[in-house]
Design a protein around this ligand. Structure first.
Ligand code: HEC
Ligand code: HEC
Length: 192
């Protein structure tokens, strides 16, 4: 290999590293806007806001697109997605997917959690969400999510308020009572 070529390669690699570091810095500083509601690194401490740290990148991207295009709607979240480009959505998705999910201070009721596990097994939640709700690609990780948020989503699917699930969750949630949802949410809170 000619010497100048090696030098050129090294220069290119250094520049690439610098550019990548810069992009990470940019998205981390832009994410401060999100963190006002979703918490530091996406670890929300308020059940009104979902934890997005460690969520699947594919799922985050698709939800942002759905909020932007009106397939999913929320008065706080929809305006946030309205002006996002495809590149922004991908950058946020990669950034939050790479953060580590932290346990919430919520203390699950273990009796309810046991009933919730039974219901999850019976309803075959793991057929889509995988064992212990770890999720995959476009199927969200739900493990460790705030109970308040989980119950709200199950209710929203059941009442056709949230309809961006290709029918998967509306048919599941139709079979769930409010008590089942409470039990499932307690079970999900114990999963880390
Ligand atoms: C003003 C508060 C607020 C801000 C700021 C905010 N969000 Fe949200 N976000 C919400 C709420 C509330 C929900 C849940 C909506 C619902 O109940 O369906 C949500 C939901 C989401 C979801 C779906 C999560 C899931 O598990 O389905 C993603 C992804 C998301 N937000 C990403 C972002 C990103 C990225 C930013 C920053 C650009 C951001 N949010 C800024 C309030 C906010
Ligand atoms: C047939 C597949 C399937 C089954 C079975 C299923 N889910 Fe889902 N679930 C999905 C999909 C797909 C989504 C995401 C929809 C979207 O794109 O917004 C979802 C979303 C959710 C959400 C919202 C997560 C978030 O971050 O907003 C919760 C909570 C949930 N499921 C709980 C459950 C529970 C509890 C069960 C069992 C009782 C279950 N799911 C069974 C496919 C399924």
């Amino acid at each position: 290999m000619k010497r100048w070529f090696v030098v050129e390669l090294m220069l290119a690699a250094t520049l690439l590293l610098a550019v990548t570091a810069r992009a990470d810095e940019d998205v981390a500083s832009k994410a401060a806007v999100c963190e006002a509601c979703h918490g530091a690194q996406g670890n929300s401490r308020d059940g009104a806001y979902p934890i997005i740290a460690g969520q699947n990148a594919r799922y985050i991207y698709l939800e942002l697109r759905d909020f932007k295009e009106g397939r999913r709607s929320n008065p706080l979240m929809s305006p946030m997605a309205a002006a996002m480009s495809k590149q922004d959505m991908q950058a946020y998705a990669d950034y939050f997917a790479a953060q580590k999910e932290q346990p919430t201070p919520f203390k699950a009721d273990l009796r309810k959690a046991a009933l919730g596990k039974q219901k999850a097994d019976e309803t075959l939640c793991s057929m889509c969400h995988q064992g212990e709700f770890v999720g995959q690609n476009e199927i969200p990780k739900v493990a460790g999510q705030h109970p308040e948020y989980v119950i709200k989503q199950l209710m929203d699917f059941k009442n056709h308020v949230r309809t961006n699930d290709a029918g998967n969750m509306s048919s599941v949630s139709k079979t769930l009572t409010a008590e089942d949802m409470e039990n499932l949410a307690n079970y999900i809170a114990t999963l880390y």
